[in-house]
Design a protein around this ligand. Structure first.
Ligand code: BDR
Ligand code: CA
Length: 315
């Protein structure tokens, strides 16, 4: 039944939490480990949130490896509490570990990625839904992971959709453009689940209400953390009816059912400075860039996606 064994690299984060819960409810997906990174908050908070989420979900057996506290080259910029709340989990008061015995591995995230991938050649899918720093550090530590990994799926970037932290850049790429440039230039099997599809799937208040009323603890938890994220989308984008973009769950949805999406293979480069910093520039003509091709998801079946998510979370 398991079709994908993944390392989930994440900065939880409200939508990171939703994606993790979706993965935990999906028999096609086995999680070999969770690696954490700065992004939606500092790495201390995102690691605490990862440990708490797995504990609440009844899966404290899944190892957590703490990762990068800052980008590879640039200083740490603004983290995402203005979107995800002071605790990066919708202001539910997660200032501490839910069980004081919870702790990450002694191994840092990049080393965990290298050891797990090299020990399981051709088996591991890296799913990264935060800044790409851990993946880039792992590549520096052991370049052979590029051949040993099965494939890489990232939530980040955009081909045509407007940026969400600059006119053209998406947050995860912009947060560490040097790491992204390395990841996009590596020539491994890479799929970009970017804003082109993640801003085309909207969950709204009626949807969250159904999750809450289902009585399933995962659905209730999402109902609890989501108001903060809804408020951000209302204030920043004028979204009505409590609608939000479905960023990180889209990367997991792609693994569960790739037929929900359509994509194209293009070379993608990432400028590391200037006004286009952190933009994923795709050569849609196929004439100008010779860098490795990346599968860029461009279309999504929103209705089927939402049905699948709901069925998984409340069944
Ligand atoms: C991405 O940025 C983070 O805030 C979200 O968790 C998601 O991974 C969207 O741009
Ligand atoms: Ca994220």
């Amino acid at each position: 039944m398991v079709r994908h064994t993944i390392i989930y690299d994440t900065d939880p984060g409200i939508d990171d939490a939703m994606a993790l819960l979706l993965a935990l409810r999906s028999p096609e997906i086995a999680i070999a480990g969770v690696t954490t990174v700065f992004g939606n908050s500092n790495v201390e908070a995102t690691t605490r949130n990862a440990l708490n989420l797995l504990y609440l979900a009844g899966r404290p057996d899944i190892p957590v490896a703490k990762g990068a506290a800052q980008p590879m080259v640039l200083p740490l910029g603004q983290t995402g509490e203005f979107v995800h709340g002071d605790d990066a989990m919708g202001n539910i008061g997660w200032t501490h570990l839910l069980d004081p015995r919870l702790r990450p591995l002694d191994q840092p995230a990049a080393q965990f990625i290298v050891e797990t991938v090299m020990a399981n050649p051709g088996q591991i899918t890296l799913v990264a839904v935060g800044p790409l720093t851990n993946l880039a550090l792992a590549l520096q530590l052991e370049p052979r992971i590029a051949q040993a990994v099965r494939n890489v799926v990232i939530m980040g970037g955009s081909v045509l959709a407007p940026g969400n932290v600059s006119p053209t850049a998406e947050a995860n790429i912009h947060n560490d453009p040097h790491a992204a440039a390395l990841v996009f230039g590596t020539g491994w099997d890479l799929t970009m689940v970017g804003l082109d599809v993640t801003t085309a799937v909207h969950m709204d208040e009626a949807f969250f209400d159904e999750l809450r009323r289902s009585g399933h603890p995962f659905g209730r938890f999402i109902g609890q953390i989501i108001p903060c994220y809804q408020q951000f989308h209302r204030e920043r984008y004028g979204y009505e009816n409590g609608a939000v973009d479905t960023h990180d769950p889209s990367a997991i949805a792609y693994l569960i059912d790739p037929t929900l999406f359509e994509g194209q293979d293009w070379s993608v480069v990432v400028p590391v400075d200037g006004p286009a910093k952190g933009t994923t520039i795709a050569d849609r003509r196929g004439h100008f860039l010779t860098t490795p091709k990346v599968r860029c998801l461009m279309k999504v079946d929103e209705a089927r996606f939402l049905e699948m998510f709901k069925a998984r979370l409340i069944a």
